[in-house]
Design a protein around this ligand. Structure first.
Ligand SMILES: CC(C)(COP(=O)(O)OP(=O)(O)OC[C@H]1O[C@@H](n2cnc3c(N)ncnc32)[C@H](O)[C@@H]1OP(=O)(O)O)[C@@H](O)C(=O)NCCC(=O)NCCS
Length: 213
């Protein structure tokens, strides 16, 4: 399989929200990714499977097509269904995404997620490397994030890329009052951070190249 990374576009927010709901079902409400596209400090990227497309509708269904009124106006329901069908279009299949908020020299990772079906294939790493590259382009000196105490998978991913625990926020997550661990990098331009990044980039390129061959 071949994966590609690009900046998140308006048409992606539905699939990104779908992935968010799949991997963070208890976090409510989900972030408003459509609004994030207009947030001046937010930068999001997506990974897509180049061998696959999907069909989506750009507009949400009208309330009247499914609500109380549709019972009395079935023709309106039909008309809406027809309009939605006409609007459907083919687009790239998004398999993961990540985002940062840029704040005075620091890139704060807001999220990173991969569709369950695509996990454990290196896409999380691909996204994290692209996020680090983007943060460096935006002149971030360091990167930081919060992660659930119980989320040892994500902690392991971040640890591999040089993030270390620098603090804790007690009861940070509203759904179950779980604490967050704060993880940060050293200076992104330090030789140790860069050497580790380049070593991991090479090894991931080999792994994904072999999988695609
Ligand atoms: C965290 C997440 C993005 C990783 O994505 P992924 O594509 O499966 O990860 P990769 O295949 O690139 O694996 C990279 C590293 O992540 C860690 N990792 C991934 N899956 C793991 C697992 N099942 N057990 C332990 N470590 C794991 C390892 O450090 C791994 O490196 P390794 O292959 O050298 O062991 C993915 O599990 C996910 O979407 N989780 C739900 C959302 C989430 O928790 N996001 C983090 C919010 S802070």
């Amino acid at each position: 399989m071949v994966y590609a990374i690009r900046r998140m576009e308006k048409e992606d927010f539905r699939q990104v929200t779908e992935i968010d709901r799949e991997v963070f079902p208890t976090q409510w409400p989900p972030p408003n990714y459509r609004q994030e596209l207009n947030n001046k400090i937010a930068y999001y990227i997506v990974a897509h499977d180049t061998a696959r497309t999907t069909v989506i509708s750009p507009t949400p269904p009208e309330r009247s097509s499914t609500g109380f009124l549709s019972h009395f106006m079935p023709w309106s329901k039909k008309k809406q269904a027809h309009q939605n069908e006409a609007n459907l279009y083919k687009t790239q299949y998004i398999i993961g995404f990540s985002g940062i908020w840029m704040m005075v020299g620091e890139a704060h990772i807001t999220n990173i997620a991969v569709r369950q079906q695509y996990q454990r294939q290196g896409i999380g790493e691909l996204l994290l490397i692209a996020t680090i590259d983007l943060s460096r382009e935006l002149k971030a000196e360091t990167m930081t994030l919060e992660v659930r105490e119980s989320n040892t998978i994500a902690q392991s991913l971040y640890g591999k890329y040089g993030f270390t625990q620098v603090g804790q926020r007690r009861g940070y997550y509203l759904d179950n009052r779980e604490s967050a661990i704060i993880m940060s990098t050293e200076n992104l331009r330090s030789s140790a951070f860069q050497a580790n990044l380049e070593k991991l980039r090479d090894s991931l390129t080999r792994k994904l190249g072999a999988a695609a061959a």
